[in-house]
Ligand binder design. Structure first.
Ligand SMILES: Nc1nc2c(c(=O)[nH]1)N[C@H]1C(S)=C(S)[C@@H](COP(=O)(O)O)O[C@H]1N2
Ligand SMILES: [Mo]
Length: 200
């Protein structure tokens, strides 16, 4: 059964697979609930909390500098996918247009469909993080978060919010959907930050 869904990594890829993870075949879809129906026409992305409130349209995102990214993807349910190719906007480029308050230290990602997930500002502002609208050269499929998702390669993929539509900046840490339901507040895969110690 295992062999049908996972492949054993070859030795030079092994050092890119975090402990307890296996390479997935294909690109599995992991969604809690339904895939929301989101079109780019009425799409909006809002900034609120400890930042000057702002609303971006799809055209605003497309007018930002566009970059290509290759990143490994690690789901806490133990599958990983290496070398996923994306196109989109770097978080650091996007944030050029956001005016943060000095006491902003955390961010909550909000999504169409109601999913949330939290990050420390330092984890959010990493150079390698990006908003993706293209996957392997094709428009990001709805089930993988199209039209736009966040990708945070250095943390487990539940932090990579699909259908993202807002950022709420906070001075204190708040917990998102999975973090309230037992997942770790940070989720770093190399140290296997899978579950919250609040539940053990
Ligand atoms: N909005 C939203 N984003 C989400 C999820 C979700 O259920 N809803 N699942 C997360 C989890 S647990 C994982 S592993 C990845 C899966 O991304 P994929 O379906 O593109 O593989 O999306 C994350 N982002
Ligand atoms: Mo996941």
């Amino acid at each position: 059964m295992l062999g049908k869904f996972f492949q054993k990594p070859d030795p030079d890829l092994q050092d890119r697979v975090p402990p307890g993870q296996h390479l997935a075949k294909g690109f599995p879809v992991l969604t809690y609930g339904q895939t929301p129906d989101v079109t780019t026409n009425d799409w909006q992305f809002k900034i609120w909390g400890l930042a000057t409130p702002k609303t971006f349209t799809w055209d605003d995102i497309m007018a930002m500098p566009q970059s290509e990214f290759t990143a490994d993807f690690h789901c806490v349910t133990t599958w990983s996918k290496l070398d996923v190719q994306w196109t989109g906007v770097k978080v650091v480029d996007f944030m050029q247009q956001v005016d943060l308050a000095p006491d902003a230290a955390y961010v909550m990602e909000h999504c169409y469909g109601g999913y949330t997930t939290n990050l420390a500002l330092a984890d959010f502002l990493k150079e390698e993080n990006f908003f993706a609208h293209t996957l392997f050269g094709e428009p990001l499929p709805p089930e993988h978060g199209g039209p736009l998702r966040l990708v945070v390669p250095h943390l487990y993929a539940w932090k990579s919010a699909k259908w993202i539509n807002g950022l709420e900046f906070l001075s204190q840490e708040d917990l998102g959907f999975w973090e309230r339901n037992g997942y770790h507040r940070r989720g770093e895969p190399w140290s296997e930050e899978r579950y919250s110690d609040r539940f053990s």
